[in-house]
Design a protein around this ligand. Structure first.
Ligand code: GLN
Length: 319
């Protein structure tokens, strides 16, 4: 086993869980009513090691929408089907140093990276337009759902139509980003702009829970082979690229500080979820809706800080 004394490890995880539970900092996202209704009490942590040992505590089966946690997944899918050279003709690999939805492109007039909204919208256009262009939006939705589900050991994901509809209603900024990129000819030819935006909102509105997301993180930790099904879902080079950008760009405008302090690839979303990857060891998902001013889950961050104090998981701990 990669974690030989799993029972001992779990004791620490439980302590960290309860310590973070009493943290009442942060505010639940309120830009759409469907997210504003989330309870700030919700708190779950799930762990899946690369050899399939699992542990979950708290609200681990309550569904939440993936939101920005879908960004590394759609990026992974684009790398897998189109290859990194094609993908990075359209989107950069540099932290933007700005808000996740800031109206800004890089000096090549490309989105900075796939982990922010502009980059993720662009990745959606690549998936829609270049990979199996004959698929309708409906077929493409199923195709992406089943890819995400393979990352999660064939667990089935859900879709929150109310979130989708209100995301689309409250999307002035995302449309502005979308049009700004169209003005600068960022998309592949033949991109259907409306469909591409809908596809992005749909990816944000897919639903999973901590248990399921920890398997996805574990598949990334395991170089693309799902530890539950043993299916090879991603090539190692795709995983390397996804983890590199999660490491440098995954935590909004806190990414640099998180890389310094915690030293692990991670991605957070506005629903309060966090995917955390300990390469070659395990995947972790934490979920708690209250967010700090930069948009990261307060309890999730506390859990990571605590974990790095107790264990040598930081990328440079073993130097
Ligand atoms: N649906 C959100 C948006 O596009 C997702 C962003 C996020 O999770 N930070 O604005």
């Amino acid at each position: 086993f990669v974690i030989p004394d799993f029972q001992d490890f779990i004791k620490d995880v439980e302590e960290m869980y309860w310590a973070a539970k009493s943290n009442t900092d942060g505010k639940v996202a309120s830009y759409i009513p469907q997210l504003a209704r989330a309870s700030s009490e919700n708190w779950g942590v799930s762990i899946c090691t690369i050899d399939g040992q699992r542990f979950s505590i708290g609200d681990v089966t309550v569904p939440f929408t993936l939101q920005s946690c879908s960004k590394p997944l759609t990026y992974a899918m684009a790398l897998e089907t189109l290859g990194p050279d094609v993908v990075h003709k359209y989107v950069g690999t540099e932290p933007s140093g700005r808000n996740f939805n800031e109206l800004v492109l890089d000096y090549n007039m490309k989105p900075h990276n796939p982990m922010i909204n502009a980059g993720a919208i662009l990745v959606c256009s690549l998936l829609k337009t270049l990979d199996r262009p004959e698929m309708t939006l409906a077929e493409k939705f199923d195709y992406v759902m089943s890819f995400f589900s393979r990352l999660a050991g064939n667990e089935s994901l859900g879709f929150n139509n109310a979130v989708f509809l209100s995301e689309r209603e409250a999307a002035d900024r995302n449309y502005a980003l979308g049009f700004y990129m169209r003005e600068h000819k960022c998309y592949p030819e033949k991109t259907n702009f409306r469909e591409c935006m809908d596809f992005y909102f749909q990816c944000c509105s897919m639903e999973a829970n901590c248990d399921i997301m920890s398997i996805m993180a574990a598949t990334l930790a395991n170089g693309g082979i799902c530890p539950i099904t043993d299916e090879k879902v991603l090539r190692p080079d795709s995983v390397r690229n996804v983890l590199s950008l999660m490491h440098s760009c995954g935590m909004y405008d806190y990414s640099g500080q998180f890389a310094f302090k915690v030293g692990l690839p991670a991605k957070s979303g506005v629903s309060g979820a966090m995917l955390i990857v300990v390469p070659n060891v395990m995947g972790i998902c934490t979920w708690s809706p209250p967010l700090d001013p930069l948009g990261n889950s307060c309890r999730g961050l506390q859990f990571c800080d605590d974990m790095i104090k107790r264990f040598n998981f930081h990328k440079y701990d073993n130097i």
